[in-house]
Write a protein that binds this ligand. Structure first.
Ligand code: TUI
Length: 321
């Protein structure tokens, strides 16, 4: 089965499936496995200094000759040096989260880098299109990590109707059904984070992966100050502490100090009590750790079956009994 969209054509990839660039979690082996399987693997620059990022980019290049990306998180303290490394090493794609890459877009494009901002609202997506973005990732409230307020189901069709560049749907997608649903909403690709955390190539701590496998539909919660950064995580002791502090009227600073380093604790140490187990609402659907290539192959195969089923048994021109 072939899924040919503007996303696959612009990026020169086989399947319109991105692996979200996750801070501390998108290691070069995972990125290369996804790209080698025909999707787009994306390094997460968050947490890395410039030198570490350049080493990781070089490592990806050793492992794959296919297109890949780097995700820049604009609230990162190292963002300036990360941007310099991206401009120097010119990966095929850069995705940009949590901020306005406005004046940087032409700099990336001059180097032949495709620029794909992650957006959580229609207005911001429109601004990014005007500034020259090549496509957009529309990330809904179901997603793990730093989230906006609008669900993927509501955001994607509203954004698609208001921009002319391609839109990739993110948040709440982990299988072929979600992939087809995203295409039905007008997206031309999907990005998945949580599904790839539970992959063989992802190097996060085994206990973090097990927390995703154990999770059910109600296992995640959005934590943080109502007017600060809000992050979806799997409920644990740290998440409960956040809720308690917010109820007691803690400041944005107090909460961000508590949160700082907590993701690293989850990824490297497997601290499932006081680590930040960022994961999306779709965690409950994920019950098995698989190789990244198998995740992609199964989604494409399932998507084909879903479309056939829709055509054969549900959607009819007329009902002949
Ligand atoms: O970036 C993400 N998700 C993330 S980053 C991350 S690392 C982290 N570590 C500690 C604390 C917090 C985060 C974990 N998950 N997704 C992309 C994303 N971008 N989500 C939301 C946005 C966003 C938010 C505001 C994009 C633009 C924006 O405002 C721009 C503007 O000017 O309106």
């Amino acid at each position: 089965m072939v899924f040919n969209t503007r996303v696959t054509r612009i990026l020169g990839i086989k399947y319109p499936i991105f692996q979200g660039g996750m801070a501390w979690a998108s290691n070069p082996e995972l990125v290369a496995a996804v790209s080698n399987a025909g999707g787009l693997g994306i390094l997460g620059a968050g947490g890395l200094n410039g030198r570490e990022l350049s080493i990781q980019i070089e490592r990806v290049r050793q492992l794959t000759s296919r297109p890949f990306g780097v995700n820049l998180y604009y609230l990162n303290p190292n963002i300036e040096e990360q941007k310099r490394v991206v401009l120097e090493y010119a990966p095929p794609v850069v995705t940009v989260g949590a901020g306005n890459p406005g004046k940087d877009i032409p700099l990336f494009k001059e180097k032949g880098i495709k620029v794909i901002p992650v957006v959580a609202t229609v207005d911001f997506g429109r601004r990014m299109e005007k500034l020259g973005a090549d496509m957009l990732i529309a990330e809904g409230y179901e997603a793990g990590g730093h989230v906006g307020e609008i669900t993927t189901m509501a955001l994607v069709p509203q954004l698609v109707d208001r921009v002319s560049i391609p839109v990739v749907a993110a948040g709440g997608i982990a299988d072929g059904r979600g992939f087809v649903a995203a295409l039905a909403l007008g997206a031309e690709g999907v990005q998945m984070g949580t599904r790839f955390l539970a992959s063989e190539e992802c190097h996060i701590h085994q206990k973090y992966k097990e927390a995703i496998l154990k999770a059910k539909d109600r296992s995640t919660i959005v934590t943080g100050h109502p007017s600060g950064i809000r992050v979806r995580v799997i409920k644990n002791q740290l998440a409960r502490k956040f809720v308690e502090l917010v109820e007691r009227g803690a400041s944005v600073e107090e909460l961000e100090t508590l949160g700082m380093g907590a993701l690293r604790k989850a990824v490297l140490l497997g601290d499932v009590n006081m680590g930040s187990l960022m994961a999306g609402q779709i965690s409950g659907l994920i019950n098995e750790i698989k190789p990244a290539a198998k995740i992609i192959e199964e989604i494409i195969a399932e998507a084909g079956e879903v479309i056939l089923k829709l055509n054969d048994t549900i959607v009819r021109e007329e009902d002949n009994g």
